[in-house]
Design a binder for this molecule. Structure first.
Ligand code: KBG
Length: 582
């Protein structure tokens, strides 16, 4: 029989007097979530507190030999980037799916069909497991999704790590001088480079396509657009420069063996709820986990608790811990980026330029000797373009002109993939309190079931979005779309099926604000060190901590914020004598 804790009383009693048959798990620090942010916390704490122990929990399984590695490091995907689209599709689980229209007018005979009621339109929709009856379609972030695996989204992310423009970071409470140092460290932990597609040590161009796309944009756009290589968490392999090593959560942690047994990872373990201390209101006493493999509840204790389960998972754990009332900003001030997307087939003019460029003749010759009759002067293993047009005050959006395998945008047999370039432009969203995610449901009194709300397929309270774009957002989006089309026109013609379009809301997977840091507990969840307001031993981490609306990708900034948080955790541990289990 799986163990179930029925009352708060029982949870507290167990924490203070654990029965011999059910010992507590213990570590100095418990980290929920094993993405790059969780790993930045783990590494900093383990390196700066030489005796501290860390227990990391993840709801997902470990899906690669090295915990948290980027799956795109497989040669298979580096040879055929389109295949990776399927990996991402398989990894993402949607957050909020409204019930589908399940009325089938052509169903014949005596087959069961939902009863027709007088409850008005939509009354005969079925609520499937995993669908959310409360979700209003018009306010949904339809494509918002989670990746539940060790390493989280870092197992398939694009690795783009631009530094935000000052307008994209004006609400961040960490002083600029301190931020600059933290960013430097974040660059190191994520192994960020912006030259891995430009020139090698011998001064030769690494990628023909990258260099030609970058040159075309530099030649045709005004200097103030600041066209440059996209900073990426990636490094070209020394043993074979045709391939690269993409950063995953493992890169951020480094080899865990160097910490001896001080770092433990528990997989397929749900962080159900934090248990606040009954007497000391500013302290967490323990955390209730569920081992998903056997459905058993487990209690764990630590000196510090860090929740880094993503911008939806983190507020979900806090809400399920009954903390919503104590943290009114939880889930609010949500921002997500719009995406304008298209793919182009490069112009003849550009292909002619490649054909005639003296610097590339040798490579083209070798390629054509091997592949007689290939009309394209581009070797098959030529790396993809990775170019950025950064956010500026006059063009307040972030632009990636690259080739990226995401859950969409594969080329398949439609064209030769070597001549296709993707354009993705990311627009900001005005920061408004009413844009939010909220969580429904609570345990019944005997903790056997959920009442007054539905749960997600992991048994946690269902997330529901209430997000709309303001008129200001819409006007900005329209300008951004026009800018993307003008940029695309410099490079080529639209690939049929990938004409300019806005993607489903939520697809950027860049939700921010849901656990934002700040100084005022009325409009933020945690302080500048990511310590939750009103608690001395509880931290939050991840994109939800970003208090600004950004166009650029958030991971670098989230790691930067986490590094300050980790220093505060160290301070707390230094106040205790850590390393000794209770
Ligand atoms: O192109 C990527 C982009 O770099 C990113 O960070 C976002 O999550 O997804 C895009 C693809 O949709």
């Amino acid at each position: 029989m799986p163990i179930r804790y029925r009352t708060d009383e029982e949870l507290h009693n167990h924490i203070s007097n654990p029965p011999a048959s059910e010992p507590l798990e213990h570590a100095d620090v418990i980290i929920a979530g094993s993405g790059p942010v969780g790993m930045a916390y783990a590494r900093t704490i383990l390196e700066t507190c030489p005796k501290a122990t860390v227990l990391m929990l993840d709801i997902g399984s470990q899906d690669s030999a090295v915990a948290g590695e980027h799956h795109k490091n497989s040669i298979k995907y580096q040879k055929d980037i389109d295949l990776f689209v399927n990996v991402i599709k398989g990894a993402l689980q949607n957050v909020s799916i409204p019930p589908a229209d399940t009325y089938i007018p052509t169903l014949v005979g005596d087959a069961w069909t939902p009863p027709v009621t007088d409850d008005g339109p939509g009354s005969h929709t079925l609520v499937f497991q995993g669908s959310n009856p409360n979700q209003i379609r018009e306010k949904n972030l339809k494509a918002a999704a989670m990746t539940r695996t060790v390493g989280g989204m870092s197992t398939h992310w694009t690795c783009a790590c631009p530094t935000p423009h000052p307008e994209e970071i004006e609400k961040n409470p960490i002083p600029k001088s301190e931020r600059d140092k933290l960013y430097q460290r974040a660059h190191v932990l994520l192994n960020v480079h912006n030259d891995q597609y430009d020139k090698n040590a011998q001064g030769q161009d690494i990628s023909i396509r990258h260099n030609v796309v970058k040159k075309t944009l530099l030649d045709n756009l005004p200097a103030k657009r600041n066209v440059q290589s996209l900073p990426l968490a990636v490094e070209r392999r020394k043993d074979n420069p045709n391939y690269v090593t993409w950063t995953g959560a493992n890169t951020v942690l480094g080899d865990p063996a160097r910490f001896g047994g001080r770092f433990r990872l528990r997989t397929e373990t749900r962080v159900t709820k934090l248990v606040p201390n009954k007497l000391q209101k500013d302290s967490i006493a323990g955390v209730l986990l569920q081992d998903l493999k056997n459905d058993k509840d487990v209690l764990a204790t630590a000196k510090a608790y860090i929740i880094t389960c993503g911008a939806i998972g983190t507020p979900q754990v806090l809400a399920n811990s009954g903390l919503q009332e104590r943290i009114p900003a939880l889930g609010h001030y949500l921002c997500e980026q719009s995406i304008a997307f298209c793919q182009i087939v490069m112009k003849n003019e550009i292909i002619d330029y490649i054909e005639k460029n003296p610097a590339w003749q040798e490579r083209i010759k070798i390629h054509r000797e091997k592949h007689k009759g290939d009309p394209l002067p581009i070797p098959f293993h030529d790396p993809e373009p990775q170019v950025m047009i950064p956010y500026t005050t006059d063009f307040p959006w972030h632009c990636q002109v690259h080739r990226d395998a995401f859950s969409y945008g594969d080329v398949g047999p439609r064209a030769d993939a070597r001549v296709v370039v993707d354009l993705r432009f990311f627009g900001r969203q005005e920061i408004r309190k009413e844009n939010r995610v909220y969580f429904s449901g609570q345990f019944s009194k005997d903790r056997d079931s959920w009442v007054a709300g539905s749960t997600d397929i992991y048994g946690m309270p269902q997330a529901t979005f209430e997000v709309t774009r303001s008129q200001k957002d819409n006007i900005n989006d329209q300008k951004m779309m026009n800018d993307m089309c003008a940029t695309a026109d410099l490079l080529g013609g639209y690939l049929p099926g990938s004409n300019p379009q806005f993607m489903d809301p939520g697809l950027a997977l860049h939700i921010t604000g849901t656990t934002r840091i700040g100084t005022d507990p009325k409009n933020s969840v945690a302080d500048a060190s990511s310590r939750v307001h009103g608690f001395k031993n509880l931290w939050v981490g991840g994109n939800g901590c970003i208090p600004d609306s950004t166009g650029c990708n958030p991971t670098l900034t989230s790691v930067m914020i986490a590094l300050k948080g980790a220093a505060a955790v160290k301070e707390l541990l230094d106040g205790h004598s850590h390393g000794h289990h209770k």
